[in-house]
Design a protein. Sequence first.
Length: 137
Amino acid sequence: MNNALTRYNAYIKLTSISVFITISGFFYPLQAEAQGLVGCSGADDCDWDAFVGMITGLIGWLIIIATSVAALLFMYAGFLYLTSGGDDSKVKQAKAIFINTAIGFAIMLIAVLLVETIVDFLTSETWRDNNAGLLPI
């Protein structure tokens, strides 16, 4: 029985590593997209709009990563729940992962909403006209 359990654990580890490697392949296009993160090529091109564009691009990139991590955590929690076999500790662990991931994802979405609102406010023409001397760039 111990040998079968050892093989099962090895199978689970191998499957987990394979899934991780496969999913990490989805991040390669993100790395290529991050190459164009800075929208200026020198001091002459860099202005407030380039800075805001860089922040917006970075936020978009982080949203994709956070969504991918949340999806992986939801899948892991579902796997734990399905394979719990009635073990109360695994069911509690799976529920905790579900709840914590949902809370974390909601906090991330609220933070993105706040940052986007602030960026939209700071890039509005009305704010620029009234506070032109406050812009650092």
